[in-house]
Ligand binder design. Structure first.
Ligand code: FMN
Length: 333
């Protein structure tokens, strides 16, 4: 399947693995790239630019296909040294960067100067349009369903994707709630040129996270996510299991909630969850799409299944909906 995204990034299938804190290590990124998608290393999971440089080198040892690095610009008390992280990306020869969070505008000049393609992940049409205006090459349009930070507009992808298609000239992928061939074909129908998956890729054999995390994803239903930090305008969709205490604090404090009230449950908890498998250590991002995840395949099995099912879905189900004359005409053409 050829789309504007496969052409832009030089990949075989229009499937991207979004950056994920303490999940997007070289093992997962290289597995996705080797399977024909675009794997992404999560830049800030590496505590220093030097460690990111080592992770990039490790990933390069595991794949000769294109892979990307995610740079997340989230509100933090002390900002990481972004220029040095960018230098590690440039020197590591990485040619694609996924940005997320705040606008990448201040960092566009060094990225562009190095010939890096930028895909900005954002949750609204206005931010997508701005990303196009400041020179991003593509956008990842992240709907309200998504795991992680859905923003504050609460617009699901059935609305957001066609709206983005109406406004954007650069290609975009659908992100949030994407899981199988049905998501991919629906996203393509709504104007996207591919899809970005987060939660689905955690439940794969190669994802370098504790088995407890993968099992929790398989066990959960679509009813099992919650939004936290709304009052702080830093909304995050997380798996509900570990956040009962946090939600009680949020209910008690209401609009007066301060980050200090919940700090111990949202800051620095990822290594305990993802590496040690302590699922009660605090809040961790998870999309509504958990309700559609029932197995832990290899990355290659997952991607091959999606692409084979997508072809069947288009050729059989969708073409069958047309009359036989039209079907014949399309097949001949
Ligand atoms: C555990 C987890 C951690 C994530 N960490 C990040 C991150 O550090 N930076 C980022 O840009 N997105 C992050 N995301 C968002 C994903 O890249 C992706 O946009 C999102 O998961 C898409 O929604 P889905 O989970 O429904 O597929 C994270 C998502 C999950 C599930």
């Amino acid at each position: 399947m050829k789309t504007a995204i496969t052409e832009l990034f030089g990949i075989r299938h229009p499937i991207i693995q979004g950056g994920m804190h303490y999940v997007g290590f070289a093992e997962l990124a290289s597995a996705v790239s080797n399977a024909g998608g675009l794997g992404i290393i999560t830049g800030l999971t590496q505590k220093t630019p030097e460690l990111l440089a080592q992770e990039i080198a490790r990933c390069r040892d595991m794949t000769d296909r294109p892979f990307a690095v995610n740079l997340t610009f989230l509100p933090t008390l002390s900002a990481p040294p972004y220029p040095e992280y960018i230098a590690a990306i440039v020197e590591g020869g990485v040619k694609i960067v996924e940005t997320a969070g705040r606008s990448p505008e201040p960092y566009m000049p060094p990225l562009k100067a190095a010939g890096i393609k930028i895909i900005h992940k954002c949750t609204s049409v206005r931010h997508s349009v701005k990303a196009e205006r400041i020179g991003c090459d593509a956008v990842s349009v992240d709907g309200f369903e998504c795991g992680g930070h859905p923003g504050e507009d609460d617009i699901p992808n059935m609305i957001l994707l066609p709206r983005a298609a109406d406004e954007l000239k650069i290609p975009f992928v659908a992100s949030g709630g994407m899981v199988d061939a049905r998501s991919l074909v629906a996203a393509l129908a709504m104007g996207a040129a591919g899809m970005n998956m987060g939660t689905r890729f955690i439940a794969t054999r190669e994802a370098p996270v504790h088995e407890n995390v993968k099992k929790a994803i398989v066990a959960a239903s679509e009813l099992d996510t919650r939004l936290i930090m709304r009052a702080l305008r830093n909304t995050e969709r997380v798996l509900k299991n570990a956040v009962d205490r946090l939600l009680q604090i949020e209910r008690d404090k209401g609009a007066a909630l301060q980050i200090s009230d919940i700090h111990d449950q949202v800051a620095g908890v990822y290594p305990k969850i993802m590496i040690d498998g302590d699922l009660d250590a605090g809040a961790w991002s998870c999309g509504m799409v958990v309700g559609l995840i029932h197995d832990i395949p290899t990355v290659a099995e997952l991607i091959e299944r999606i692409m084979a099912d997508a072809e069947r879905l288009i050729r059989n189900r969708l073409l069958e909906l047309l009359g036989s004359d039209e079907r014949h005409a399309i097949r001949v053409a």
